[in-house]
Design a protein around this ligand. Structure first.
Ligand SMILES: [Zn+2]
Length: 71
């Protein structure tokens, strides 16, 4: 009676490029949720964006839940 066993070991390193892209996306998301006070929309909309605060209002509850200072 013969007994054979096969063990497959696959090693896959996480690509550094993917880590960098995800870190950039994370940083951008963190800025949007935690710190944006109209800065992003002011690029297109101008100073009026700082009064409208569209992204701030959109992420307001998430901002409070995450513990960022707001008001
Ligand atoms: Zn608030």
């Amino acid at each position: 009676m013969s007994y054979s066993e096969e063990i497959i070991v696959s090693k896959q390193a996480v690509p550094t490029f993917a880590v960098v892209i995800l870190a950039i996306i994370f940083g951008f998301g963190l800025f949007l949720v935690g710190y944006d006070q109209g800065h992003l929309f002011s690029i297109i909309q101008g100073a009026e964006a700082f009064d409208d605060l569209f992204i701030h209002e959109l992420t307001h509850d998430m901002r409070h839940a995450a513990g960022f200072p707001c008001h």
